[in-house]
Write a protein that binds this ligand. Structure first.
Ligand code: NAD
Ligand code: TDX
Length: 332
């Protein structure tokens, strides 16, 4: 049995990881989460209290972080400000959490010599043209577009520097767009599912031609556990499940699966600097560490996700009106 510290474990992907760890290992998990608007203790409420403990606090609180690192074997770092649209409106919290927060954790990993896994995104590589056959690999140069992705890129570079300069035992993974249960209604897929449930027409930015490479959050979790166990210190692994789809196709699928006409959506103001296409080549993770995704069928995973939002209105309803009011104020 290991003792894991999971930062951001009350958020979307972090909470999916904690569920995955409880179901697939004997590990004990301490979650460190600030419970910002994006964190929700209800996402962990069904888990056994002898396996999972929630500590409410900030990853930039050096004293608290120091105390928690002293008592664990390994750290998986999910905590972040994660939404591109918010970063265009108010970048400051992205610097505080993604940069200073990550720095604070790295200093504790260095002091206590703890195994550290840093969760990052494919957005650090910028975007690809729609007609470009290329996909991102571990050697693609960094070229982030938004305040969000530039702070994630900065945090990745801090991790690399702490490995090289101080010998911190860290790995990094850069994953593509996740979907699944417990995702905040500000994000694309849950926003559109909950719009349809509420009788609001889904909102597509611009023409809807932008492509995202979708992976189920549970497959992201199995990849992270694999890297934690078998990854080589100092290395980066890209995580993806060959799930490229343009946004228009995803909205049409959601509408059809929820019994609506496929064209019952609206085009709204495009995102500033909107990345065109992300695509991940996860060959390294598959061949060197033997990982394969379980959710190969996007439509089946999407149907299960729709079902989850239908069954868990109590979980998402408190955030819905505020999110829609924010988007409406931006013409989105
Ligand atoms: P999320 O916004 O749903 O969750 C973030 C969590 O971090 C929340 O629980 C929040 O309360 C917590 N948090 C924020 N600031 C904190 C602070 N200062 N101290 C402690 N906790 C804090 O985000 P997510 O979508 O689950 O993303 C998790 C991680 O995965 C992020 O690092 C993100 O960059 C990365 N990622 C996300 C995706 C995606 O598709 N969502 C894809 C690739 C990588
Ligand atoms: O209402 C919407 N309509 C729409 O067309 C919203 C909210 C989004 N979009 C578009 C923008 C993107 O092209 O859908 C796509 C997905 O948008 P988001 O869910 O905001 O995700 P994205 O910006 O691609 O970033 C996500 O994946 C990478 C996560 O939020 C990041 O944390 C992760 O790093």
């Amino acid at each position: 049995m290991r003792k894991l510290l999971v930062t951001g474990g009350a958020g979307f992907i972090g909470s999916n990881f904690v569920h995955h760890v409880v179901a697939n290992t004997d590990d004990h998990v301490t979650v460190l989460d600030k419970l910002t608007y994006a964190g929700n203790r209800e996402s962990l409420a069904s888990l056994p209290t002898d396996r999972v403990e929630l500590v409410v606090g900030d990853i930039a609180d050096a004293e608290l972080v120091d105390r928690l690192f002293a008592d664990v074997d390994a750290v998986v770092h999910y905590a972040a400000e994660s939404h591109n649209d918010n970063s265009l409106h108010d970048p400051r919290p992205f610097l505080d959490t993604n940069i200073i927060g990550t720095y604070t954790l790295l200093e504790a990993a260095r002091k206590h010599d703890r195994r550290f896994h840093h969760i990052s995104t494919d957005e650090v590589y910028g975007d690809l043209e729609l007609d470009d056959p290329a996909r991102f690999t571990e050697t693609t140069p960094y070229n982030p577009s938004s305040p969000y992705s530039s702070t994630k890129a900065g945090s990745d570079l801090l991790v690399r520097a702490w490995v090289r300069s101080f010998g911190v035992r860290a790995t990094i993974s850069n994953c593509s767009n996740n979907y699944g249960p417990y995702q905040h209604v500000e994000k694309f897929i849950p926003r559109q599912i909950t719009n349809v449930i509420r009788g609001i027409r889904p909102k597509l930015y611009g023409k809807g031609e932008n492509v995202r490479d979708w992976i189920h959050a549970d497959d992201h979790s199995s990849a992270v556990l694999t890297i934690l166990e078998k990854g080589a210190t100092g290395e980066t692994y890209l995580i993806g499940a060959d799930g490229e789809k343009d946004n228009k196709t995803v909205v049409e699928l959601i509408l059809q699966m929820m019994g609506q006409p496929a064209d019952a959506y609206e085009h709204v103001t495009d995102r500033a600097g909107h990345d065109l296409r992300y695509a991940i080549d996860s060959t390294r993770l598959r061949t060197e560490l033997g990982w394969t995704p379980r959710y190969q069928d996007f439509e089946a995973g999407l149907a299960a996700t729709i079902e989850w939002y239908r069954d868990n209105e109590d979980w998402w309803a408190p955030a819905k009106d505020g999110v829609e009011a924010f988007y409406a104020s931006k013409g989105q």
